[in-house]
Structure formats: structure tokens, C-alpha cells
Design a binder for this molecule. Sequence first.
Ligand SMILES: *Cc1c(COP(=O)(O)O)cnc(C)c1O
Length: 341
Amino acid sequence: MNFCSDNVAGASPEIVQALSDANRGPTMPYGDDPLTERAIGRLRELFETDAEVLFLATGSSANALALAVMTPPYGSVYCHPESHVNVDECGAPEFFSGGAKLVPVLGANGKLTPDALEMAITGAGVVHHTQPATVSVTQVTEAGTLYTLDELRAIADICKRHGLKLHMDGARFANAVDALDCSPADVSHRLGVDALTFGATKNGALCAEAVLFFDRELAREAGYRRKRAGHLFSKMRFLSAQFYAYLEDDLWRWNARHANAMAKRLAEGLLEIEGVLFEYPVEANELFPRLPLPLIEGLLKEGFLFYRWEPEGTLVRMVTAFDTDPAHIEAFLDTARRIAG
Ligand SMILES: *Cc1c(COP(=O)(O)O)cnc(C)c1O
């Protein structure tokens, strides 16, 4: 039973079926096909706006491409120190942008704060300094928490005041939308987000991410940058098919709802065990409990998989997915209770 991440899961049967359906007959390459057009149409309906859309196969390429389009090589990208773009993309945002500087902005629970952001934005017009260009926030955050709409609005206001672009890394955007019980538009362009990386891979696709440019002017060079980076897929229909199925009958939402519900059940069960504390509030499908060391070791010995988030420490990370079996949650909790005595 594997709770390491939501990408340990396979793909939704609906999406696998859509790939098989898309496999019939010839169709034009590089996105010049009817299925790609329909998938983009569906995304525009879902987000209630005429965004430019690019499909990619990894979240890192999607983030790096979006940031490269928004940020000049001499620009600053403000992001949380623990953000995926800062620590988990091997320098791809810097590489794709031709050298933009990522500037960490602190805040508790994985969220950069408006005050810290305001303080970090310096150097505009000074030839020696990188120039303030872009803010990148992650929703759901790397701590499994959510920015509230008010928090995002405050960040967007700062962006507007300083003339900065706002990027959102939505690798788990569906989980956020479901947990916040709002519309995708409400958490993105209506708040002032200029570009969104909308992930599907972790929530039921095989490998499909979309970048939505709500600021269409930004999208002008994105196509060239995607090709130059080697990320323009010739058989694009297979990425588009995944997105088409992901949006059909709100599969994205049901998948996210299940993952979030499983996390809630797991968190409630863990809290009943003596000595368990949560490092961050559980607000979507990621959990960061601190467990007594004998409990960690006992659970690992019983074959349960999860990440230890500190080399020798008590912090672990557990993630639930669209296909998490409720019986696995109960088995984990039963075993944890037994070991805890
Ligand atoms: C998983 C993830 C991504 C995308 O990662 P890839 O491995 O490149 O697909 C981006 N941002 C966050 C916050 C993630 O968790």
C-alpha cells in the first residue's frame, strides 16, 4: 500500500479508453487535429474564458515554459522557498528563461505572504539588479495547504501595483478547486492569475498538463519556445485525448473529490493515535504528520510505503490519489493503532 505520492497511481480507465478511441485512423500532427481543438474548447468552457492553451507532458516543462514566457532573462521570479519551481525542477525555470533569478519569499504552511512579497520586490530600475517580473504561487501548495481567495487577491494586488505577472503552479489544481468549492475561474483569472499550469497527471491522466495563458499576449511566443525546448508533440492527439476525457463528465472533479475525502479520513484516523501531530493543516490530498519513530519504523516494516520527509526525523509525507482504496486507509490506521498500542 503506497502513500508516497499521487503519481504512484495509474490512470483513470476513462482516460485509458480515450487513448484507445483516439488511436483510430490518421489525423494531422502537432495539434492540427480535431480532438486537440475540442479539448481546448472544453478547457475554455470550464474556465469560462478564451485562454490560449498549450498541452505538455510534464509539469516541470509546463511551469518552466510559462515562467520563461513571463520573465525576461534578467528578471526575478518570486516564489516560496519550498516551491516545486525552486527545488524540484533541476533549474528548468532558470534554463528555459535564459537565466532569470528565482527569489524565495517566506511564509508559513508553504504559502508566501503578501508582506514578505512586498519586502522582496526591490531593485526596479537599478541596472545592477535583476528586474521584478513574475510571482509564482502553488495551489495546492507543497505543504498540502490552500491559499484562500483573499490571500490570492492580496498577492494579485501587489502584482498589479508593481506591474508583475502572476503564475500559478496547479499540479493539484483540481484538488484545490474541489476543496475550496469554487469554480476554476474563481481561483485563477478572476483573481488576476495570468498563466496557470493545470495538471492532470497526478489526478488520473497518464501524462498531460496544460498551460493556460489568460493573458493571451503572453502566449504569442509560447509555441516557439515549446518547440525549441523539444516539447511540441507530433502525435498531440494523445495528450489532447487525455484532457478531453479528464474534462468529460467532470472526471477531474470526481477524482479530486475522492482523493481529498481519503486524505480527510486518514487525517481523522491518525489524529486519534497518541503522539501524532500535523505539521501543516490537511486541506486537500497531502498529509504531513509527525509520527513517533517506533510507529514510522513499524509501519514501514509492515510494508506501508510513504516518504520520510526528514532524514532521521519524525516528519513523513502521505498523499492520497483518485484511486486510493478506502480499505487501504483502514488497514493503515488499524496497523498504526496496533503498533501504537
Ligand atoms: C508534481 C508536481 C509538478 C510537476 O512535476 P513533473 O514531475 O515535472 O510532472 C509541479 N508542481 C508541483 C507542486 C508538483 O507537485
